[in-house]
Design a protein around this ligand. Structure first.
Ligand code: GLN
Length: 388
């Protein structure tokens, strides 16, 4: 048989989703793939039940149902602080995974360079391969995950087409400061580069940190393609509802990519989620408090066990330093962790471009009992984890 596509030849599967399968195989408490084990808000579920009896079973408008786009525009205006035209500045996608892919395909040509901070969410690597773009990696240096401004400017000097900004950041929990974002903005302006943002954790930020939307920096709206989703904010990762917000000339392209890629996000789910988009400020405060509680419970537990870790400023992941166990391969360590300790984690190396194998990523978007069960198992790690 003749060869299959070069484009897909170098692909591995998603390590994050593979770790979920490995966790399930060993009955481990799965803290690998980041999704909550608690219910979405009841109002959204109630509305979903009603929607099944209403007339939402055929395609919605390909770039998103009118009322869903209006609700996104209204809600985002409140948090981003500027008017968004629901007709020309939004495309609704199947999760922010599609949003990011559609943004990449709309902005880059094969061979274009794209700046990616490392560690990075693994989809960006695949997005680059599928769109033919070449990543230029700029390290976020642990344990603080700061970047070197000179190294960043060196990346800009290579004339990239775009920079991908995950803020708050998966996996390292960094919330970029206004000063850091301004530095990126100045370079984006100087070298005429687009910025594609992944802001799915926009409402999961811990005091005293504040999320600043990149598009709100002076002059940046015209060059920012904001991608986000409802997955994390409303605990509905399986609904696959995401969106792109950008200026009309960019959205026009994104709409076309989206139209031919997926046609549209699920119509009944868009309809049911509108009620969530209309929640008041109290909901987002509640969410922040809930995650602050989960972060404290989990990080305090890690401290008691004596496992060193970073303190995330946002999102719901923690990087745990496993170097004391002496594994050369963090993938092997994660497999052993699932099998012998009973906790699912993601090997840090799947996020880093640099040769880094000290870390595993655990997430804490879980009920207290799940987190306590994981901590209970981790408390035996030094007895149970075999030597490599
Ligand atoms: N964003 C989540 C994570 O990093 C889920 C990834 C996925 O499987 N879509 O774990």
């Amino acid at each position: 048989m003749t060869d299959l596509s070069l484009r897909t030849a170098g692909f591995t599967d998603s390590v994050i989703r593979r770790m979920t399968r490995i966790s399930n195989k060993y009955g481990a408490v799965n803290l690998s793939q980041g999704f909550p084990d608690f219910q979405p808000p009841q109002e959204i579920l109630d509305r979903l039940a009603e929607v099944t009896k209403e007339d939402f079973h055929q395609y919605a408008t390909t770039w998103g149902a009118q009322n869903f786009r209006e609700a996104v525009a209204e809600k985002q205006k409140k948090y981003m602080g500027y008017d968004i035209d629901p007709n020309s500045e939004i495309t609704v996608t199947c999760g922010s995974t599609e949003a990011m892919m559609a943004a990449m395909l709309s902005v880059t040509n094969p061979g274009d360079k794209v700046i990616v901070f490392s560690p990075f969410y693994e989809n960006y690597g695949a997005d680059a391969i599928l769109s033919g773009a070449q990543p230029i990696y700029v390290p976020l240096i642990p344990p603080e995950y700061n970047f070197d401004a000179e190294v960043l400017e060196d990346a800009f000097r290579q004339h990239p087409k775009a920079l991908i900004l995950c803020n708050p950041s998966n996996p390292c929990g960094k919330v970029f400061t206004r000063e850091e974002l301004q530095l990126i903005a100045d370079l984006a302006e100087k070298y005429d580069v687009y910025v594609i943002t992944d802001e799915v954790y926009e409402h999961i930020v811990y005091e005293p940190y504040k999320h600043v939307y990149f598009s709100t920096l002076p002059g940046m709206r015209k060059r920012t393609i904001c991608c986000s989703s409802l997955s994390k904010t409303y605990s509905i990762t399986g609904w696959r509802l995401g969106y792109v917000i950008a200026p009309p000339e960019i959205i026009d392209r994104v709409k076309k990519v989206h139209d031919f890629l997926t046609v549209g996000a699920a119509a009944p789910l868009q309809e049911a989620a509108v009620v969530g988009l209309k929640f008041g400020d109290d909901y987002y405060r509640w969410l922040q408090e809930k995650y602050t509680h989960m972060r404290k419970l989990f990080l305090d537990g890690l401290d008691r066990i004596g496992l060193p870790h970073n303190v995330p400023q946002g999102a719901y992941y923690v990087m745990v330093d496993m170097s004391e166990f002496g594994y050369a391969s963090d993938l092997k360590l994660c497999e052993a962790l699932a099998e012998y300790v009973g906790v699912g984690a993601v090997p840090g190396s799947s996020f880093f471009r640099e040769p880094e194998n000290r870390y595993v990523r655990l997430h804490f978007a879980k009920q207290d009992e799940t987190l306590n069960a994981a901590l209970e198992r981790l408390s035996d790690i030094r007895k149970k984890l075999p030597k490599e």
